[in-house]
Design a protein. Sequence first.
Lengths: 106, 105
Amino acid sequence: MIERAGERTEVSREVEIEATPDEVFEALVTEEGRERWLGEPDRLIQIESADPPNRLVWWWASEERPATRVDFRLVELPRGTRVIVTESVPSFPLATLAASFALVAA
Amino acid sequence: MSDPLGSVFGALADPTRRGVVEVLLRDGSTSVPDLAAGLPISRQAVAKHLAQLEQAGLLERVPGAGREVRYTLRGEALAPAGAWLRDAERSWDRRLGRLKRAVES
């Protein structure tokens, strides 16, 4: 249990969207675009790198949550775009433990 | 403990103590002599770091061979890490669903 928890430092999810990578990228990279779906204004977002329309990496944090890294990869499909997002904690165990205890304390 | 969050942050604020937690994640258990052999600090300093981690609720003592005292991470101390990961997965499922609806509309 402990060993398994120690090895896993990130989560990855994906979705297929019927839109071009450019349209999806716009919704990720701009504040106006994010307002349409993210709805978490307490999180401060700092863009680490942007490679439109293929990849976007940001760091985010809020008062309750320590910084984590969010990595979006956009893959063009015949009829849309696959978005793969990976959120990772910068250094286990400190960040994960701190985030975990922050969640428990909230 | 009146402030478990604060004591955990305090316990983990020190790089040596974070190193101890990493050793425990790797090896499962450790002891003062084991740690002192691998760190450039005295046994007394090692014992002090272990005591602080124990007070923060991150470690517990387990019997070793003979009179040896060994330390392990408390299972409950890491269980919330699993909760964080599950929470992050659920959150991204919801966010990606909203992203899809927003972009496709």
